[in-house]
Design a binder for this molecule. Structure first.
Ligand SMILES: [Zn+2]
Length: 409
């Protein structure tokens, strides 16, 4: 059984050890050592990173798992059984994981004390951490939780662990306990239980002050409760720096201060909405006017008004509006109709087509003909179809498509 050092000697970052076994597993090498400072993934916490080396070679620790009671290091290079090696912990990753994990205890302990919210899940990844709480929390409650968590950090409270057995642990008042614990049970206390108390196998910091700061970065409804996203320590300060830089850049673009950025953005949103509404009105007017002109120029064949139009740089929605306006005019004239309209821009050609119910040519069929002529893509129903091509509609093709439409009259 591997002698593990991370509980008794949490500050030990390096030790010598002997290789007990080494086996290839899926392109990696599973190595068991006589002892190790490497924490294996467990209790929601990621495995430590690090290296294992001799004076001749170095292998990177890609993962570390507890398997059959052994600590198994997954490496990118093999070692011989019996070989003496040095195991070196990547302190940066240990500290990062301990910062997130200790922060998780503080948040979970306080969520329980403040709101009787129960932690029902914890996940730590390299770029985010989550806690799942069993009840929905309001925005104000989340703010209060973040404030209280940072108060606990600033108070630099003690964090200590006690080893006991399952029976004793079951008698203690704990926020959370491992179910059916057998053998040794490790209990973590923050401020002697005033902030948190629970059974845990992870690595922690010695005091809450070492967490530095705790940020709740996001929250969402999740399975009837709340999923909190959070960042602690160096992750939290990096996040603050990134947000500060992004806010400063935005403020510069808006020619305002960071403090006034929100009102500048809201003002621009209002202006944009007003412009959109104005544009919608102008588009409707333009479509009505264009439809009128198209109807005037339309040919009548077999009792149907045949409308053809080609424009430059109109939006695809404008083409649809023109079709709708033509339809309204035809209805007012109590006549059947078919309309085919194009908009040509430097990017290609948009096309829309519409007809009255029962028109001889299905718009689906007409669209297929336009697609074929322009190498475009599109489709629709018998009375309305739409498509787009990256080609520009030239005069010859426009003329032949117009004839194709007119021939259907
Ligand atoms: Zn823990």
């Amino acid at each position: 059984m591997t002698e593990i050092l991370y509980y008794e000697y949490p500050t030990v970052t390096e030790c010598s050890a002997e290789v007990v076994s080494c086996a290839e597993k899926g392109g990696r090498f599973a190595v068991v050592l006589t002892r190790s400072p490497i924490f294996p993934e467990g209790g929601g916490q990621l495995a430590d990173g690090g290296t294992i080396f001799t004076d001749k070679k170095t292998a990177r620790i890609l993962d570390c798992q507890t398997e059959g009671g052994e600590t198994v290091h997954y490496l990118d290079a093999p070692f011989e059984v019996g070989e003496r090696v040095i195991v070196r912990l990547d302190l940066e990753s240990r500290l990062d994981h301990a910062e997130q994990h200790t922060g998780e205890h503080i948040l979970s302990g306080l969520a329980s004390k403040l709101f009787s919210a129960k932690n029902v899940g914890f996940h730590m990844a390299e770029d985010y951490c989550t806690i799942d709480l069993d009840i929905p929390l309001e925005k104000e409650q989340l703010e209060a939780l973040e404030v209280e968590a940072n108060k606990a950090v600033r108070a630099n409270l003690s964090i200590h662990t006690e080893i006991t057995d399952g029976e004793d642990a079951s008698k203690r008042e704990l926020r959370k306990r491992a179910e059916k614990a057998v053998g040794e049970v490790r209990i973590v206390y923050i401020d002697h239980g005033k902030v948190d108390s629970c059974t845990c196998c992870g690595t922690h910091l010695h005091t809450t002050g070492m967490v530095g700061s705790i940020r709740i970065t996001d929250a969402q409804h999740y399975k009837g409760g709340t999923r909190l996203f959070f960042a602690c320590g160096n992750r939290a300060s990096r996040l603050s720096m990134e947000e500060h830089a992004a806010m400063s850049e935005l403020a510069r673009r808006y020619s305002t201060s960071r403090e006034n950025l929100a009102s500048a953005v809201y003002k621009q949103m209002d202006e944009l909405n007003a412009m959109k509404s104005e544009l919608r009105q102008k588009s409707a007017l333009l479509a009505a006017k264009t439809a009128e002109e198209l109807m005037k120029a339309a040919e009548t064949k077999g009792g149907a008004r045949l409308v053809f139009g080609s424009f430059e740089n109109l939006g695809a929605n404008d083409l649809k509006l023109i079709c709708e306006e033509v339809s309204k005019l035809a209805e007012a004239e109590k006549t059947a109709f078919a309309a085919l309209v194009f908009s040509v821009s430097n990017d290609g050609t948009d096309y829309r087509m519409a007809c009255s119910n029962g028109f001889k040519l299905s718009m689906k069929e007409l669209c297929a003909a336009v697609n074929a002529a322009l190498c475009g893509k599109g489709g629709g129903s018998p009375v309305f179809a739409q498509g787009r091509s990256e080609r520009k509609l030239d005069e010859g093709t426009a003329e032949s498509l117009k004839r194709y439409l007119y021939a259907a009259g």
